[in-house]
Design a protein around this ligand. Structure first.
Ligand SMILES: NC(=O)c1ccc[n+]([C@@H]2O[C@H](COP(=O)([O-])OP(=O)(O)OC[C@H]3O[C@@H](n4cnc5c(N)ncnc54)[C@H](OP(=O)(O)O)[C@@H]3O)[C@@H](O)[C@H]2O)c1
Length: 247
């Protein structure tokens, strides 16, 4: 059966790799992103790969006043949403944030508050329809604050906590809430980083996302899987030691 799938932040490399899999499965797609040209290119590619229907609309997630009308448009096209994937994000310059309150607030908005605004609206739709999966890409960075990226970590951690509550709320409504926590992924977001053994390609992350959603998983998904172990260790280090580490 063709599924109706909404992808927010559809121009993200991880989102693109994921939506390619859904296109090949001939699903119906609604793609939201802020770059019209790129959205159109991605939509054409999805159609060529086999997507049954592809719709696009522009959404800058920091323009909160547009969230409701944009989602209303989506619900009119797809009265039942089988899956929503929220994928947008930015990797803040932590040092710059430390000297610029406005920048810090913008990063918290892009990576945290905007997602919570969208989730608040989406949750009511999923609650009514009594089925579906809400999947959100957060990050392992949200598991513990580190000096090198705690603005990003705080925003992602906020979303993860919100998702925990939402999962709990929507459990009786048969709605699955998946918190996707990737480790290091080779995408435009991390273009300037030196890559190593712990790095994954977006396609690998996409495969794990699709698999978890297909299995109706409603949990935190560390991906690749070994990040569950790494983060267990990171979370277990006592504060008295952790505060001295240059992480
Ligand atoms: N790469 C990693 O190592 C890694 C690790 C853990 C978690 N993540 C998370 O994975 C998700 C996907 O990131 P990615 O790695 O695929 O990076 P990416 O390719 O750089 O994608 C980020 C996307 O977010 C979009 N975006 C940023 N600000 C936006 C705004 N105000 N309104 C609408 N869209 C906006 C960007 O749109 P434009 O193209 O228009 O700029 C871009 O498509 C993000 O949530 C990220 O935090 C990534």
């Amino acid at each position: 059966m063709k599924r109706n799938i909404l992808i927010i932040g559809a121009t993200s490399a991880i989102a693109q790799a994921t939506l390619r899999l859904y296109a090949e499965a001939q699903d119906n797609l609604y793609l939201l992103g802020r770059n019209t040209e790129q959205l159109e290119t991605i939509a054409s590619d999805a159609t060529v790969r086999g997507a049954s229907e592809v719709h696009t609309a522009v959404l800058d997630v920091n323009q909160f006043e547009t969230h409701e009308t944009t989602l209303q448009q989506v619900f009119e096209t797809f009265p039942i949403l089988d899956i929503v994937l929220i994928a947008h994000g930015t990797l803040p310059d932590q040092k710059a944030c430390e000297h610029d309150v406005h920048l810090t607030m913008t990063e918290l908005s892009t990576n945290g508050i905007s997602t919570i605004s969208l989730l608040t609206l989406l949750a009511n739709q999923f609650e009514q329809q009594q089925k579906g999966t809400i999947a959100v890409i957060t990050s392992v960075a949200g598991d513990r604050g580190r000096q090198s990226n705690y603005v990003y970590g705080a925003a992602k951690g906020m979303v993860s906590l919100f998702l925990q509550g939402l999962r709990n709320r929507l459990y009786p409504n048969h709605v699955h809430v998946l918190d996707i926590k990737p480790g290091f992924v080779d995408t435009p977001m991390t273009a300037n980083f030196k890559k190593g053994a712990l790095w994954a390609k977006p396609e690998k992350i996409a495969t794990s996302i699709v698999k978890a959603i297909d299995k109706n998983q409603s949990k935190t998904l560390y991906t690749p899987f070994f990040w569950a172990g790494i983060m267990l260790i990171i979370r277990s280090v006592p504060d008295v030691i952790f505060k001295r580490l240059k992480l």
